[in-house]
Ligand binder design. Structure first.
Ligand code: BGC
Length: 483
């Protein structure tokens, strides 16, 4: 049954909002550990190494989740895989909240990480395959928006639970007022348990949402796929799209293209390079050194109390959310390429400014504090309008239908692997090069990313997923793509 434009828009907004809850879990679960660690460290009297193992378990889990699930997404569908990840999120939240030993907490975090890795690409892919081409950028970016909200919530909970000399965070204060001894209560448990709520929303919502029309058609379930397409796409586009998908699938079948090794075929190579490359740039400009280590960076710039470092960090989280919203409004108008170059130029300039600031710290004195905050906020602003949403959006767009799950899982796997490398090396980089050298290194990657992007970032704005696939099949270059 055909629907009118408002009904279609309403439906797809509901779909994107529910599925994007996966982003909330991504952001919250990666961020929450930094605030929780002070409490379980104290409870079990852990060494630095043990705390490091528990805090990084999520990253390892995410790598494992992304590495193991791509093909499954192409075989059993996007929806079932997201439902599965929601179950893991829920069980992981209860497990980590109830963990009775450091080993159990480590395993629980590993388990949660698997769900983060799986949902990090299945959710954007699911939204992309259900979105009309002209709004796809904004709708998929809802995922990034919820990542940033998840990160902000985790910062706020860190600040809420802080206990430092005379300074006690609002949440901890509330618990003290209720006569709880917060050190015995282990405030980290509720921080983890709370993750059950978005997991339940994701599970219940996805239970009622449809599979994507593209996946259904790839499985020969054309009628069902058509019925869903009619509810989300402009009526005149439905039949040509189905025809196109069937023709593409037929070509793949004839050439016996189905296995992962086909991703290496010459016509697929560009899509593969784009997915890995954009995630390399997104991670190696050092975003998570700011996201995970903001308090430490602010401490180096002269903010001495934990509370002032956390306040500055909350502002970072707010700017991240706000400019992701700005990006959602412009991404389908300005387009991916312009946003990439504009954003990455801003990121690189702020990294250079940070590097210079730290180099001349002694001369700058007190003003260094305020300058660091400004440079970091400008850096986050440019990241939030560009590389943040673009990374996850582009890996959901560039792969052909029959390998879309596998292809985008490789993009996600790259993201988590690069994330782990940057996070693990940051503290050593700080020791060896100092903050100035470390930020100069990330700025150099930004410059490389600008050069790489001129050749490889495709303009997918308004282009249907089928037309993107055709573009590769015809042997065209990434920078030649347009509507
Ligand atoms: C990145 C994360 C990062 C977040 C910050 C995401 O797109 O993949 O690594 O922490 O953005 O907002």
């Amino acid at each position: 049954m055909a629907t009118n434009s408002r009904q279609r828009t309403g439906l797809i907004i509901v779909i994107a909002a529910i599925a994007a809850t996966g982003g909330l879990l991504f952001g919250f679960d990666t961020g929450v550990i930094s605030g929780a660690k002070q409490f379980f460290r104290e409870l079990w009297d852990l060494t630095d190494k043990q705390v490091e193992w528990i805090t990084t378990a999520g990253l390892f889990g995410a790598i494992a989740g992304a590495a193991s699930s791509g093909r499954i997404t192409d075989l059993i569908g996007r929806r079932l895989v997201i439902l599965g990840s929601a179950v893991i999120f829920g069980v992981g939240a209860v497990w980590t909240g109830a963990a009775g030993s450091p080993t159990s907490l480590f395993i629980g975090r590993l388990f949660l990480g698997i769900a983060i890795g799986i949902s990090s690409y299945t959710v954007p892919l699911y939204i992309a395959e259900l979105s009309p081409s002209k709004h796809r950028g904004a709708l998929v970016s809802a995922f990034q928006l919820l990542i940033t909200i998840g990160i902000l919530v985790s910062y706020l909970s860190d600040k809420g639970f802080v206990v430092e000399d005379e300074k006690v965070g609002a949440m901890s204060q509330l618990l003290i007022n209720m006569n709880f001894d917060i050190h015995f209560l282990n405030c980290w448990r509720p921080m983890f348990y709370i993750g059950v709520i978005p997991a339940l929303i994701l599970f219940t919502g996805m239970f009622f949402l449809p599979e994507t029309p593209r996946f259904l058609i790839s499985q020969g379930r054309e009628d069902k796929g058509r019925a869903i397409l009619q509810r989300i796409e402009e009526p005149e586009l439905v039949e040509p799209m189905i025809k196109k998908m069937k023709a593409d699938l037929e070509v793949s079948r004839k050439n016996n293209i189905s296995a992962v090794r086909d991703l290496l075929k010459p016509w697929m190579r560009n899509a593969l390079i784009i997915g890995i490359g954009i995630m390399f740039v997104q991670q190696f400009v050092g975003i998570n050194t700011v996201i995970y280590y903001s308090p430490e960076i602010f401490e180096k710039a002269g903010f001495l109390s934990v509370d002032s470092q956390l306040s500055a960090t909350v502002i970072v989280g707010l700017v991240n959310v706000f400019f992701t919203i700005v990006s959602m409004f412009i991404i389908d108008k300005v387009g991916r390429r312009k946003l990439y170059f504009f954003g990455l130029t801003g990121i690189t300039i702020s990294l250079i400014a940070l590097s210079l600031g730290f180099a001349f710290m002694d001369t700058l004195g007190e003003s260094m504090k305020i300058l660091t905050v400004i440079f970091i906020l400008v850096y986050i602003l440019f990241f939030a309008i560009s590389l943040g949403p673009l990374g996850w959006l582009i890996i959901s767009e560039v792969y052909p239908l029959h390998l879309r799950g596998t292809g985008s899982s490789i993009g996600a796997l790259s993201n988590w692997t690069f994330n782990a490398i940057v996070t693990f090396t940051f503290l050593s980089l700080l020791r060896i090069l100092g903050p100035s050298g470390a930020f100069a290194f990330y700025a150099a990657i930004g410059i490389l990313g600008l050069i790489w992007g001129t050749r490889f970032i495709p303009e997918t704005k308004g282009v249907s997923l089928e037309a993107i696939e055709d573009h590769w099949r015809a042997g065209n270059k990434p920078n030649e793509l347009k509507v």
